[in-house]
Design a protein. Sequence first.
Length: 79
Amino acid sequence: MGSKQQKCDAEFREGAVRIVIETGKPIPEVAEDLGVHPGTLQPAFGLHPTATEEGQAAAAAFMRFTVSSVVHTALAMNR
């Protein structure tokens, strides 16, 4: 049990969020690929474990848009 808790630290969750954003896969699919319960990753997206797939997809799309906007702004500021 202790090893699973260590496996799901903040860095692990950030990596999982990155995978969802970059691949567009739903949270449950990424969780399965990583060998963890989907509820383990959902707090990283600010979602309640009972969120619908549509809600998860919307959160992932929002995060992709947000990350894209931040990167675009940062690149524009460094020109």
